[in-house]
Design a protein around this ligand. Sequence first.
Ligand code: PEP
Ligand code: MN
Length: 337
Amino acid sequence: MIIVLRPDATEEQQEHIIKKLKGLGLQVHISKGTERTILGAIGDEAILRSVPLEAIPGVEKVLPILKPYKLASREFRKEDTVIDVGNARIGGKKIVVMAGPCAVENKTLLVEIAKEVKNAGASFLRGGAFKPRTSPYAFQGLEEEGLKYLAEARDRVGLPVVTEVMDPRDITMIAQYADVLQIGARNMQNFRLLKEVGLCRKPVLLKRGISATIKEWLMSAEYIMAGGNHNVILCERGIRTYETATRNTLDLSAVPVLKQMTHLPVIVDPSHAVGKWDLVAPMAKAAVAAGADGLIIEVHPNPEEALCDGEQSLKPKSFKQLMDELRPIARAVGREI
Ligand code: PEP
Ligand code: MN
């Protein structure tokens, strides 16, 4: 860690800071310039993170050298993490596509959608049984009944299931039905929830928070990994900006940025990013071109009757067409779908 002292820091202040750092068991290197003094503190940076050094008179700036996330970092693991779920592999050469309705509505519809998306080439079925709705009066999901339908659709159609968990109290129950646990954007910094899914061994799909920086997002991944669960998949789903033409602004540069910063697989959710069905395909294509390891896309046979997010749902036919159009793009970037 580098500690830059203020130009007007007194000798006494400097002595006090050095004493404090040494007291924490760190070695201190002093670099005295003509204008100002810089201290290099060598040792366990984690100790320093819990000390508010910038509160000490005479300190101007504190610059950490190591990343605050460790297990999630590329330095910790050079090779890409690949997560096996049933027959599917997330993070390998094949781009995984997760598709299905926003919310599980009924069994017949879910099984019908599962068949359609599987035939089009999807390798996961998505569907929410616990829905994080902005309004308490909107459809909140079928809860455990919905999970049973998901499990049945998986067994009948042969697609692993990804579904959202909103509350630590539901994890054990949801894990009995789901193959991948989704943490939604609104819960990206629900640290109790992150710690709890960190203790289970199901892969976790961690969506980016609505206004989260990439660093904050990786810190949330670190929470899960610190509990022992290293199977984390990051999902860019758009962030809130001043732009209102789309539901959110898809931060596609997050994909190559994350590929440098972390070894974890990165997928993109164009549906929640754009919020309009006819904008989903172009952004899905762009995501594949940008190097995403997968996509998660909302599909509904009758969007105008959908109980949730119909406006951004693709009909099965458009989804199939998109899958066909994605194949040459995947090939062009050395992947397959
Ligand atoms: C969802 O996937 O249905 C969902 C609610 O997404 P997000 O958390 O990204 O809004
Ligand atoms: Mn949705």
